[in-house]
Design a protein around this ligand. Sequence first.
Ligand code: G3H
Ligand code: 13P
Ligand code: ZN
Length: 309
Amino acid sequence: MPLVSTKEMFEKAYKGGYAIGAFNVNNMEIIQGIVDAGKEEQAPLILQVSAGARKYAKHVYLVKLVEAALEDSDLPIALHLDHGDSFELCKDCVDGGFTSVMIDGSKYEYKENVALTKKVVEYAHAHGVVVEAELGRLAGVEDDVKVSDKDALFTDPEQAAEFVAATGVDSLAIAIGTSHGAYKFKGDPYLDFERLEKVGKLLPGFPIVLHGASSVLPEFVKKCNEFGGNIPGAKGVPEEMLHKAAGMAVCKINIDTDLRLAMTASIREVLMQNPAEFDPRKYLGPGRDAIKAMVQHKIKDVLGCSHKI
Ligand code: G3H
Ligand code: 13P
Ligand code: ZN
């Protein structure tokens, strides 16, 4: 099956009350682990490439690896640019075979974000590629933060509706309390579901994206720390919250940190237990297996997208 767009995936996910996992990919083992999980669960997949991943592995290698994944599976797979920060980067990915791009103009003023997003949408749509944009600041917010601070950081639902109408974008990442990386909350985890509900009401049927959605699974943090790592205080988004969001307007849930932790925990374990080991297959293989098991759990127990191809 050729690469697909996310359009149909999101239509089905919205109606079905589930979300598609968007997993960040950087090398062959990560792609294989994710795709093997998708095959077991018969789940649609979004494989996403950041600017950093593209720099690390090179565009052509990642595209060819994803082409291999298509040959190796009968799954609907979309290839997506994660956090594109310029028109030129988005254009390169549209021209270079991606079926979806994100233009992240969230650091700009509203008007500038609209203008940049609109420019990317015009180019991408003319080439049959869908576009995700972002509105709001993806920063962790403390429990005792004032409501006015939340309003300043989080996405304003009215402005989100205005933004979608003004840009013609196909999906929108919003800020409701998640953030990137392994240290998301100092206090209790908190997501602004009321805000998400308002967005859903103002944009009926429109797919919302949740970035920074790793759960920072304690088993992997514990294992990393047990085998020579030092990542204390890491905390992520509880899986029940992700499941709830997937039942609302959220159709795409972005996961990178959980992949990194699963792979690193397993590599640390192998190398600490076998200090004489120096065959990369002996630690990258278990790393790939750990990714497969973690992604399968996300698909089945959290996102709800098993058997939705
Ligand atoms: O949201 C960012 C992703 O986790 C990608 O991270 O830019 O280090 O590849 P990266
Ligand atoms: P995490 O750091 O929570 O995995 O978020 C990944 C992400 O949003 C990629 O765009
Ligand atoms: Zn992100």
